[in-house]
Design a protein around this ligand. Structure first.
Ligand SMILES: [Zn+2]
Length: 149
């Protein structure tokens, strides 16, 4: 269920992105960053996405999902740590409950590989988009960069 809602938000974000282009881009692969703490099951999201884009302008587009580990910060001792569900996500050093999440809640489009159809004029090279696009869901105000795995 959750993934269906996520897919709807994702498609909306992709349509907004498409509308910024004078010519409809041909989308190849959409690279997503999905945090471990978002309750999104990547395989479910893949299925939901594949079903949703059938017979649309995004038909044939693929999702590439990179997982972002959950990292918390203990406000008592200042340490960053990987919260563990079995210990209630508490700080391993002092047992303080998890209050601040540094990463693991992101759900965003990292990159879109696409090509622009040629209409006239000089040939246009297939141009992978390197512009980061905004989060399509903003589950937290955290602006920390994702932790490198
Ligand atoms: Zn601590």
């Amino acid at each position: 269920m959750h993934e269906v809602d996520m897919t709807r938000c994702l498609l909306q974000a992709l349509e907004d992105w498409r509308d910024q282009h004078p010519v409809q881009p041909q989308v190849g692969t959409i690279h997503l960053l999905v945090g471990e703490f978002t309750c999104v099951e990547p395989s479910q999201l893949q299925l939901s996405f594949a079903a949703a884009v059938k017979d649309t302008w995004l038909a044939g587009a693929r999702l590439s999902i990179a997982s972002v580990p959950l990292v918390g910060k203990c406000l008592v001792c200042g340490n960053s740590y990987r919260p563990n569900p079995t210990s209630g996500y508490a700080s391993p050093c002092c047992g303080h409950p998890l209050e601040t999440i540094l990463s693991g809640r992101e759900l965003k489009i990292q990159r879109i590989d696409y090509s622009r159809p040629r209409i006239c004029g000089p040939p246009v090279q297939a141009n992978p988009c390197s512009q980061p696009t905004p989060s399509f869901v903003d589950p937290s105000p955290c602006t920390c960069p994702p932790a490198t795995p």
